[in-house]
Design a protein around this ligand. Sequence first.
Ligand code: GLV
Ligand code: MN
Length: 195
Amino acid sequence: ADPDPLQDFCIADLDAQPSLNGFPCKPASNVTSDDFFFDGLSKEGSTGNIFGSNVTAANVLAFPGLNTLGLSMNRVDFAPGAVNPPHIHPRSTELVLVVKGKLLVGFVTTGFVYHSKVVTAGEIFVIPRGLVHFQKNVGKGKALSFTAFDSQLPGVVILPLTLFGSTPPIPNDVLTKGFQVDEDVVKAIKSKFGN
Ligand code: GLV
Ligand code: MN
């Protein structure tokens, strides 16, 4: 969903001031083959957190060679039982490729229809841009997936952290009314996310 480039490539100069869209290019005379290479998705991420999952991002900030090319990729590692919690990518559709294990992948449309599949090695599932989605490891062991995006920087809005872990926090009365629960429920959730 990113704009089309007007030149072959434009390796991001991440130290430069971001421009209207993306980053300025580093000088062409300094470009080498290494600028088109990234090995950061080769290693398993640490899943020692409350969700049991870990996203390693190969977006333009990690891999400057993607600047202006309109695509990027994540590696997502899952411990047994892990969840990649409900989240949104404001700028990108997502294609989930499961490489190992078994994931329940689901999203909800703007009309509140829930779509989901159990996806196993070699299978893919697509999540349309901007929709709330998640993955859960429903296999016996670890799971591994790679996700592809049609944006160099898809962005991510993680719902539990956004709603209950913001700085400063969203007022409790907004959340109690919004979710139709008592304040102790809101406080209990907030406490899990640093509020
Ligand atoms: C999975 O949903 C991801 O955003 O990589
Ligand atoms: Mn996602």
